[in-house]
Design a protein around this ligand. Structure first.
Ligand SMILES: Cc1ncc(C[n+]2csc(CCOP(=O)(O)OP(=O)(O)O)c2C)c(N)n1
Ligand code: SF4
Length: 277
C-alpha cells in the first residue's frame, strides 16, 4: 500500500492535543510520526483503532494519539490487547512497548502472544535501556555497555527479540529504525494488514541515557536479502546479522487465533450480572 494514498485522512487526524514530554531528540517522536502516517494511509477512522501500552517513555504513545487507548500496567499490554481483540475483533489493535516493558517484565507474555497469534500489531521501541527509570540496562543492552548503574557492563548475553518471535510463532517479523520514517511507516502498514500477530522492533534511540545511539543513523542499513516465509531461514539470518539490518524479515501463513464476540461481552448489562456477588 502506498503511504501517500489519499484515504481522506491525514496524520493530524490521529494526533491528540497533548504535547509529548519526551526529551528533545528522543527517537519516539519519529515513531509517533510514523504511526500516525501509517494510520492515515490505512484510512481507518480513529474510533475503530485501539492503542494499548504498558509503562515506560515509549508506552506514553496512546495519550498522544486520537484513537481509543489504554495505558496499562508495566509488562502487561499484550494480555490487555489480546483480551480486547478477541472480544472486539472489529477494532484494529496496536500495542506499544519498550524493551524493558516488552522483554523483561513482559517477556513471558511476549512468547505466548506470538504462540497465540491473535490478529494485532506489537511495536517495541527498542533503545536498549530503561529510559523512564533513568538508565538501567535492559534485556537488549549490550553486555559491555558501561554506566554508573552497571560498572564494567552486565556481561550478560542480550535477548534476541526477532529470533524469539520467530521461534514462538509470530506471523510477521520486522525491524526498522525510528529515523527512517518512510521505511517505518511502510512496514507498519504491512504489519497491520497482515493477519495474525505482527511484531515490529523499532530501533529508537534514547538520547539521554544512551547518547551513543545517536550514531544509529549511520549504523543502520537496509537488509540486502528479501523477506521469507520460512521461520528457520529468517532466524538463521537474524542470528548472524549485526543487529542493524532493517526491513521485513518474515511473513508467515498461520491462521490467526479465532475471535468471537459472546453475548456476555456484547452486552455490558449481562457482563455486569456475571460479576454480581
Ligand atoms: C510493576 C512495575 N515494576 C517496575 C516499574 C518501574 N518501571 C517503569 S518504566 C520501567 C522500564 C521502562 O523501560 P522500557 O520499557 O525499555 O521503556 P523506555 O522508558 O525506555 O521507553 C520500569 C522498570 C513499574 N512501573 N511497574
Ligand atoms: S529518557 Fe530516553 S527514552 Fe525517555 S524520553 Fe528521554 S530520550 Fe526518550
Amino acid at each position: 500500500m502506498n503511504i501517500r494514498q489519499n484515504t481522506g485522512y491525514s496524520s493530524a487526524d490521529y494526533k491528540s492535543d497533548i504535547n509529548p514530554i519526551w526529551c528533545p531528540g528522543c527517537g519516539d517522536f519519529h515513531v509517533l510520526m510514523s504511526i500516525t502516517k501509517a494510520l492515515a494511509a490505512l484510512g481507518k477512522p480513529p474510533e475503530d483503532i485501539a492503542v494499548i501500552s504498558g509503562i515506560g517513555c515509549s508506552s506514553r504513545i496512546p495519550a498522544y494519539t486520537n484513537c481509543y487507548g489504554f495505558h496499562g500496567v508495566h509488562g502487561r499490554s499484550l494480555a490487555l490487547a489480546a483480551g480486547l481483540k478477541v472480544s472486539r475483533p472489529d477494532l484494529t489493535v496496536l500495542v506499544m512497548s519498550g524493551d524493558g516493558d516488552g522483554f523483561s517484565i513482559g517477556g513471558n507474555h511476549f512468547l505466548h502472544a506470538c504462540r497465540r497469534n491473535v490478529d494485532m500489531t506489537y511495536v517495541v521501541m527498542d533503545n536498549r535501556v530503561y529510559g523512564m527509570t533513568k538508565g538501567q540496562p535492559s534485556p537488549t543492552t549490550e553486555p559491555d555497555w558501561e554506566s554508573a548503574l552497571s560498572p564494567g557492563g552486565t556481561g550478560i548475553n542480550p535477548f534476541q527479540p526477532l529470533v524469539i518471535a520467530l521461534a514462538s510463532g509470530a506471523n510477521f517479523v520486522a525491524r526498522t529504525f525510528s529515523g527512517d520514517i518512510k521505511g517505518t511507516t511502510e512496514t507498519l502498514i504491512e504489519a497491520v494488514n497482515h493477519p495474525g500477530f505482527s511484531f515490529v522492533q523499532i530501533l529508537s534511540p534514547c538520547v539521554t541515557f544512551r547518547p551513543d545511539e545517536r550514531e544509529w543513523k549511520k549504523t543502520v542499513h537496509k537488509a540486502v536479502v528479501e523477506e521469507t516465509d520460512e521461520p528457520g531461514r529468517a532466524a538463521r539470518r537474524i542470528m548472524t546479522d549485526d543487529g542493524y539490518n532493517t526491513g521485513i524479515l518474515y511473513r508467515g501463513k498461520r491462521t490467526p487465533y479465532p475471535t468471537h464476540v459472546s453475548e456476555t461481552f456484547a452486552d455490558p448489562e449481562i457482563l455486569d450480572c456475571e460479576f454480581e456477588i
